[in-house]
Design a protein. Structure first.
Length: 490
């Protein structure tokens, strides 16, 4: 399946590629667990179906569409592992802070949001069953709202990926400056310790963005579930060492609700990869059960971290719990382990989140845009062919590619230095993009694709979910922006 300016992504154990770069982008994201095959391609031309007003992607007519939907060969446990892994990200580190801000009822909010995100994840599965050519999240947007839907979904994915890269740099600066707070090389010319470490981390990460084969980094990032469990256990270890001294958290702090909405929405944001999971499954009918177990596991893990983190550090818990560990017991072995796990994690993920954006930008430039070739349709009969794009080679293309990728990294550094707020950035991503891409868009797409086929109860439920998603997104986004503005003024 070809796509606009994209990279084909192959799921481990799958017989098919995920298709569009827009979807592969999310698979490279902070929670991604999949490998990458560098084969840029694009649908080109106008199909008869489109001339008749169909929402089929360009270059895909009714005949070839029937050849696309090939069943994967991932088993139940394999898919469950991948699903849990993509949900385990750096947002885990902020859950104790969310608990401290809102009170014990933040755990109820965690469960409620988990239920909403679970429901919309299942809606995506129902959308996947509507047409055989739907393999990716942008494909769902295409089927529901045509090229406009594909574009809007793609924008959401790219923006979320970009801010995730910024979040990694902020986290690196915070943790490394806590390890070496007096580090200010060149007489402080690089700024504070936090700023200096952001610059150094970016310089170290830059070569990874130049890589064309990211399969090793992608597989290393698959350790996300083990990292999340290890960090939770290490926080619990520190809490036991300190005697879990903080038990006075109030039931509710109303003022902390908006921030908690953004933070807790951030941790559930894995929906853009769910279509790839669906297509990778040997038995897609097990998809709802996979999601049930995934959200049960992830919700338990996040709730455990929130409780243990607060009981250990109380109201003084930092927005990144590993910073609290360094402040309380900086020389303890569990602190060193947690800190370095957190520091090393972005080194396997930063390039994975920026590469899709870089590839899309390169497709816009004549020097690096792919050339067109006439090739067989992957997954279809050999005689079924279509146009696809092959990456350009040569010195000019290489130089321009390096320039684009360098500029992209520099831009993330500028944003990370300008807005060095780990929790508020996470809340912004969760409020603006998490709730939009994971709650509102799935509900709207399902409504559009099922128009005239829903009973009154189901129609009401989906509409309520969409409206709630819009309201929560507005609250979380507005609060995150206001918090950032207040910090900048102070």
């Amino acid at each position: 399946m070809c796509n606009e300016g994209g990279s084909e992504q192959v799921l481990p154990g799958s017989a098919v590629t995920s298709g569009d770069l827009e979807s592969a982008a999310e698979s490279f994201e902070r929670k991604g667990a999949f490998s990458l095959v560098e084969a840029d391609c694009s649908r080109v031309g106008q199909s008869p179906a489109q001339e008749n007003g169909s929402n089929l992607p360009e270059g895909l007519d009714d005949f070839t569409a029937e050849q696309v939907h090939v069943t994967g060969d991932s088993g139940f446990l394999h898919t469950l592992f991948n699903s849990v892994n993509i949900m385990c990200g750096v947002g885990l580190l902020a859950t104790p802070y969310a608990a401290a801000q809102m009170g014990w009822l933040s755990l109820l909010l965690l469960v409620i949001l988990g239920g909403v995100f679970l429901y919309t994840g299942k809606l995506l599965g129902r959308c996947m069953s509507k047409a055989p050519w739907i393999l990716t999240y942008p494909d769902i947007g295409q089927h529901a709202f045509g090229s406009t839907g594909r574009t809007m979904v793609s924008i959401l994915l790219y923006a979320e990926l970009y801010l995730s890269a910024v979040e990694f740099l902020i986290m690196e600066g915070d943790n490394l400056s806590a390890v070496a707070p007096g580090f200010q090389p060149f007489g402080g010319a690089l700024g504070s310790a936090q700023q200096s470490w952001v610059l150094i981390a970016a310089a170290i990460l830059l070569p990874t963005v130049y890589l064309r084969n990211l399969s090793l980094l992608a597989y290393l990032s698959a350790a996300g579930v083990f990292t999340a469990v290890a960090l939770t256990l290490l926080v619990g270890w520190q809490g036991i060492s300190l005697g879990l001294p903080n038990t006075n958290l109030p039931l509710l702090r109303v003022g902390g609700i908006p921030l908690s909405i953004g933070l807790l929405s951030y941790i559930y944001g894995g929906h853009s990869l769910f279509p790839s999971l669906y297509t990778s499954m040997r038995q897609p009918k097990q998809y709802p059960r996979i999601l049930d177990l995934t959200f049960a596991i992830v919700c338990t893990l996040y709730a455990s971290m929130a409780v243990l983190g607060y009981l250990t550090f109380g109201d003084d818990v930092e927005n990144n719990v590993t910073l609290s560990m360094q402040r309380k017991m900086g020389h303890a072995i569990q602190t060193h382990l947690a800190t370095w796990i957190t520091i090393l994690s972005p080194f396997t993920k930063y390039a994975l989140v920026l590469t899709p954006i870089a590839s899309a930008l390169e497709e816009m430039l004549p020097a690096t845009a792919s050339r067109v070739a006439y090739m067989p349709l992957p997954g279809g009969p050999h005689e079924v062919q279509h146009l696809q794009r092959v990456p350009k080679t040569g010195a000019a293309a290489l130089v321009m590619s390096l320039a684009v990728r360098t500029a992209l990294v520099v831009s993330t550094v500028v944003v990370a230095l300008s807005l060095p707020f780990f929790a508020y950035m996470a809340a912004l991503i969760g409020g603006l993009f998490g709730l939009s891409a994971c709650v509102v868009v799935p509900a709207l797409c399902y409504l559009q694709m099922s128009k005239g086929h829903l009973n009154r109860l189901e129609l009401s439920a989906v509409v309520v979910v969409a409206v709630v998603g819009v309201v929560l997104s507005a609250i979380g986004t507005t609060n995150a922006i206001m918090d950032m503005v207040r910090e900048l003024r102070d």
